[in-house]
Design a protein around this ligand. Structure first.
Ligand code: PLP
Length: 387
């Protein structure tokens, strides 16, 4: 009880810088947002049809807490088909998105004072989850010269007696980086040797470009990995709140206990639609269309950014983000984001929203129409030329 009292009074939960910038942008007319962290596509038709049919067929009741057995099976089939990994239904919990899966993993696995290694920069929720679990976040710097991949030696140096978990997220938000197989294996070895959990958040796994490959961490350290995934990005279903975690059976059982009294179960008809999403060919065709469109946008934005003065861009191979280096503008990330909003009416997210190491960068999302992206690039170029 005390914990939540303090949370309210002392600002345990940080107001997201992303939200602040959006609030400012909302007061200005004709703004183009490249700050968006979700697909701009509609959910594929067959998935929506499956949800409507499920409602008509009476999927309006509770389901087992861990999820409909058939959905847990479909998730296992999916890992077998795409990655040749065996995932029994007992190792799966269906959650309200990756957010919930991550939160319950932190709460279940970490005790007060445990250390959790969180990359810097990283998606914002891990730090907040660590605070809620009263665990101590230890930041592992990701550097542009390493392709924003963790350096296993540096990781090893951060491991102490209190370290319990390492967080990974590839394809990455905010950098768009994809994890090399060798780095993944090295981290898996460290986790096994030092008896650490790996929380691997993999919701962007289908958004890969230029032949990049994704390797689920389950492949390398199945006994140590809590894999988190989601329907949100893959099938453009952010508002449906459907995700899952895969972990050793005992961990899943513990996660179910917390999930059972918070969520109960994910909306029944949403789970039924999830089965259709995974099993029907039509949804995968839609994923392919979305991937191709993201790739065209990625190429467009990269080309334009490379032509702009003071901007340098590492080439991301995954997700739908570009982490542009703006340090040559002489401005810091936050200053640059505010300047760009005022001068060009374009929203980008300051890299510092994702950690100290994000200083000198801004996150540009291309989950926006090509037309808007072109207009945003024109505006940004003009502003930078006048700088
Ligand atoms: N993990 C990462 C890396 C994300 O970028 C997001 C959303 O932006 C989430 C998790 C949350 O996803 P979900 O909608 O599945 O809760």
């Amino acid at each position: 009880r005390k914990k939540y009292f303090i949370a309210g009074r002392m600002g345990l939960i940080q107001r997201s810088k992303i939200r602040e910038l959006f609030e400012k942008a909302a007061k200005i007319e004709n703004v183009i947002s490249l700050g968006i962290g979700e697909p701009d596509f509609d959910t594929p038709k067959n998935i929506k049809e499956a949800a409507k049919k499920a409602l008509d067929e009476g999927w309006t009741h509770y389901t087992p807490n861990a999820g409909i057995p058939e959905l847990r099976e479909a998730i296992g089939e999916y890992y077998k088909k795409f990655y040749d990994i065996e995932v029994p239904p007992e190792n799966v919990i269906v959650t309200a998105g990756a957010y919930e899966a991550t939160y319950i993993a932190f709460e279940t696995l970490l005790e007060q004072g445990d250390e959790v290694i969180i990359p810097d920069p990283a998606f914002v929720s891990y730090i907040e989850d660590a605070k809620l679990a009263e665990a101590k976040p230890v930041r592992l710097p990701l550097r542009e010269e390493n392709g924003f991949q963790p350096d296993p030696d540096e990781l090893l140096e951060l491991v102490t007696k209190r370290t319990r978990m390492i967080v990974l997220n590839y394809p990455n938000n905010p950098t768009g980086a994809v994890l090399d197989k060798e780095v993944a294996k090295a981290i898996a070895d460290i986790a096994v040797d030092y008896n650490l959990y790996i929380l691997s958040d993999e919701p962007y796994e289908h958004f890969l470009y230029d032949g990049a490959k994704h390797h689920p961490m389950l492949k390398f350290a199945p006994e140590n990995t809590i894999l988190v995934n989601s329907f949100s990005k893959t099938f453009a279903m952010t508002g449906w709140r459907l995700g899952f975690a895969i972990a050793p059976e005992q961990i899943i059982r513990d996660m179910i206990k917390l999930h059972a009294y918070v969520i109960g179960n994910v909306a029944s008809f949403v789970q039924v639609a999830g089965i259709a999403a995974l099993r029907e060919e039509e949804s995968w065709k839609a994923v392919e269309v979305m991937r191709n469109e993201y790739n065209e946008r990625r190429k467009l934005v990269l080309k334009r950014l490379k032509e702009m003065p003071h901007i340098e861009v590492p080439e991301p191979k995954g997700a739908f983000y570009i982490f542009a280096n703006i340090s040559k503008t002489g401005m810091g990330s936050e200053e640059f984001s505010e300047w760009l909003l005022e001068k060009a009416r374009v929203v980008v997210i300051p890299g510092t929203a994702f950690g100290k190491q994000g200083e000198g960068y801004v996150r540009i999302s291309y989950a926006t129409s090509r037309e808007k992206l072109i207009e945003a690039m024109d505006r940004m170029e003009k502003a930078l030329e006048e700088l």
